[in-house]
Design a protein around this ligand. Structure first.
Ligand code: SF4
Length: 427
């Protein structure tokens, strides 16, 4: 079968999206392509951002290719599934532009994973994949008429939304080593979350693990990338060595939580590569932080979220250290890692003087702590379910309206006034 895999060209005008806007490798499409090609399918993979293609450019190339199935993602790569733009504006425009050139249409991403019914209607696609999508896409390509594949949702002949099984989760441990087109890597000059030096040479995103054993209230991963799994080291190193051979100088591990893994760190130490991670600092011992720096880590983003034990407990962080111990580890990490960031979430106003003081103290010791950002209650987060129960057809509208009503100022990245979904999406 001919399959088109599309990461559209994103734009975030009037969106609350606070993730990075630079291009990143669409890992979910990369895995899908590897599985599809291994099964003998012909794949056209397009990335609007990396390839500099507009929606019209992509639609033209897809039409020329003539696929029997087209997959469109609703978030800009797995890295941002947990903080996706709430609106489906760009995927809507992409599918309209594709029209009848797409063949069977499939949407993948965090939106349909949480709320398949409104995504089926808003996008007009044939199938929505709930959860991690690569295995499901491969199964659909093998048997496009099948409507019993776990993880899919579709509108049946009676006009009702039919969902099969639970959200999909791949085994992941043995996901194949990815190889990216040389021109994609050459254009990928972004070094994600790196601030110690301007980027020199291509960057790339990789995955050493998927999911996380914790369940912080604000973390939107219940419907995808939830269970913690480690990727086999030999496969991961094969991918990393291939990237190094293609000239990549910096890796960003998109892992929800990059846990201490001495075998991987020792292997990276032997290689000429630098990298960034997101993690929890409370899970690292000083000697492992030394090894992390020696392995080439130049950027740590660590979720601290709140500066009080009670605040962290309210967020279900299950953090066993107190704030002084967390601070000490962050400062220790900074000895060998040139950029260390502590993430904070906007909490009670009366915590703000404490936050300002703590940020100043850490800055003096070379550790960056962000201006606390407001919490967006994503439908796949425990916080959403605490507030309103299981997500329904209006979950994304409800979460965004709530967010807009809670906060009058927004994070640094949100330059324009965010608007509700009714103003961002087509009816
Ligand atoms: S530790 Fe990080 S990835 Fe894990 S649940 Fe908490 S916020 Fe999410």
């Amino acid at each position: 079968m001919k399959v088109a895999l599309i990461n559209p060209s994103w734009e975030y005008r009037n969106s609350i999206y606070f993730g990075c806007r630079a291009p990143h490798l669409p890992l979910e499409l990369g895995y899908s392509r590897a599985l599809l090609e291994a099964a003998g399918h012909e794949v056209l993979m397009l990335d609007g951002q990396i390839q500099g293609l507009s929606i019209v450019d992509i639609a033209t190339r897809v039409r020329d290719f003539g696929p029997a199935m087209t997959v469109v993602t609703t978030a800009p790569t797995y890295l941002f599934w947990r903080c996706a733009p709430p609106e489906l504006r760009v995927p809507q425009l992409m599918l309209i532009a594709l029209g009848d050139a797409a063949g069977m249409t499939v949407a993948v991403g965090p939106h349909g994973s949480a709320t398949p019914a409104p995504v089926l209607r808003k996008l007009g696609v044939d199938i929505v994949v709930r959860g991690e999508c690569e295995d499901v896409i491969a199964a659909l390509a093998d048997s496009p008429a099948r409507r019993d594949i776990p993880g899919i949702s579709y509108i049946n002949a009676s006009g009702e939304v039919q969902s099969i099984g639970a959200a999909a989760a791949t085994r992941f441990t043995d996901t194949p080593a990815l190889a990216w087109p040389a021109d994609w890597l050459l254009r990928h000059d972004h070094h994600h979350h790196r601030f110690d030096t301007p980027p020199v040479g291509p960057g790339a995103e990789v995955e050493a693990s998927r999911g996380c054993p914790y369940a912080c209230t604000f973390c939107a991963k219940i419907d995808f990338r939830d269970r913690y799994r480690k990727r086999d080291l030999d496969v991961l190193l094969q991918e990393i060595d291939g990237l190094i051979a293609q000239g990549v100088t910096y890796l960003y591990f998109i892992d929800e939580i990059f846990l201490p893994r001495p075998d991987l760190l020792l292997a990276l130490k032997d290689r000429n590569i630098q990298f960034g991670i997101q993690t929890r600092i409370d899970l690292w011992k000083p000697e492992l932080l030394d090894l992390l720096g020696a392995a080439g880590c130049v950027s740590i983003e660590a979720g601290v979220e709140s500066l009080t034990v009670e605040g962290r407990a309210l967020l279900a962080k299950k953090c066993k250290l107190d704030t002084d111990e967390l601070s000490a580890l962050l400062i220790y990490a900074r000895r060998s890692v040139p950029f260390v960031q502590a993430n904070l979430i906007r909490a009670e106003e009366n915590e703000m003087p404490l936050v300002a003081e703590w940020r100043a103290q850490l800055h003096e010791r070379g550790v960056w702590a962000n201006d606390p950002v407001p919490l967006f209650p994503y439908p796949s987060s425990p916080e959403y379910r605490r507030l309103w129960g299981m997500p329904d057809d209006k979950a994304w509208e409800r979460a965004l309206d709530y967010y807009l009503s809670q906060f009058t100022s927004f994070s640094d990245i949100q330059e324009e006034q965010p608007l509700p979904l009714s103003a961002l999406e087509r009816a």
